[in-house]
Design a protein around this ligand. Structure first.
Ligand code: 8YV
Length: 321
């Protein structure tokens, strides 16, 4: 008998076909997110699950799923998975690093350019029929070329963002928990600086750190105050890295000039204060969403699941066994 697995959200048919070669597959193709209670019921008789960041894998869930052997996230970030609890329960956990770096880096640039040049604000104005002609001082923005780009987290995605900055002839500075090796700094043309220097020098601050207790509210009221009033903040990493309430206040009061966001605290119920602001570009967590990349992410998660349940070491194992 084939092992039973669940795919908790809609995925591509090809991915389901691949999984079906190995498993009896149940898939939530209706794509309605499941609450913790439903997830527990659905996974109670499964050996494996392909999950997304909206599925929380914790002690409570694991205690209800005695057959579970592997949870494979369709995401590089895995703050939805309690790794320690998985290890204790002998459940393999995996993620999808690498395949989304370029696409997420591209989208970070989408946010940088749209925010710096006030695209959402200008388009809203035009669509509302308010445009009555060209004006010299209309929607004056921030120049991206030759500006200073400050990157928090020079990991895989941060490096992509830095390399794209070379074309804009920017000065790139970065901060991380540890300094990167010289070859990476050189290929990114990035200079390591303190958190304080990054915040006070950058015209554009962009965040590429994972969410953890250490990065919770990495950017809060005090950090926003250290930024230039002309600077913009970009977040395509994880909600919770920024204190959204503090950011809304900073955008309202002019502490900083603008923000471009793809992620929020308490997604998808983000702070409604953002909707009242003109100087913020808002996207619904789509940084990795190109057709090709989302396919690769789902397929990689499926490969991780197949390896995990066929006695192999999965390519993207997160916890020790
Ligand atoms: C995913 C992401 O689309 O990979 C991540 O960590 O944030 C996105 O690329 C999202 O997490 C869906 O699970």
């Amino acid at each position: 008998m084939k092992p039973k697995v669940m795919v908790t959200r809609e995925v591509f048919d090809e991915v389901l076909d691949y999984l079906s070669q190995y498993f009896e597959v149940t898939s939530n193709q209706s794509d309605i997110p499941m609450d913790a209670e439903t997830l527990g019921i659905k996974l109670s008789d499964k050996q494996g699950a392909m999950i997304t960041i909206s599925d929380r894998i914790d002690v409570a869930l694991l205690s209800r799923c005695p057959n579970l052997k592997a949870v494979c996230n369709i995401a590089v970030g895995y703050n939805n998975i309690d790794l320690e609890a998985c290890t204790k329960a002998k459940v393999i956990a995996t993620n999808t690093p690498g395949v989304l770096d370029d696409t997420t880096g591209d989208f970070t640039w989408t946010l940088i350019l749209a925010t710096a040049r006030r695209l959402t604000e200008a388009e809203t104005y035009l669509r509302a029929g308010q445009w009555d002609g060209w004006k010299l001082k209309q929607f004056l923005g921030l120049d991206v070329h030759h500006a200073t780009l400050g990157i928090f987290g020079l990991g895989r995605i941060g490096q992509v963002v830095a390399r794209r900055a070379i074309g804009f002839e920017m000065k790139v500075i970065y901060h991380d928990i540890r300094r990167m090796p010289p070859d990476i700094e050189e290929s990114c043309r990035a200079r390591f600086v303190s958190k304080e220097e990054l915040l006070s020098q950058a015209d554009i601050v962009t965040l590429h750190v994972p969410y953890s207790p250490e990065t919770h509210h990495l950017i809060g009221k005090a950090e926003l105050k250290q930024m230039k009033p002309t600077a913009i903040l970009i977040n395509a990493s994880r909600g919770g890295v920024v204190d959204d309430e503090a950011l809304i206040e900073a955008l309202r009061s002019g502490t900083i000039a603008g923000a471009g966001l793809d992620v929020y605290e308490n997604e998808p119920k983000f702070n409604p204060g953002f909707l009242k602001l003109r100087n913020v570009v808002l996207a619904p967590h789509i940084a990795s969403s190109s057709r090709a990349t989302r396919y690769k992410m789902a397929m990689l998660a499926a490969q991780n699941l197949v390896a995990s349940l066929t006695g192999k070491i999965p390519p993207n194992l997160l916890n020790p066994f």
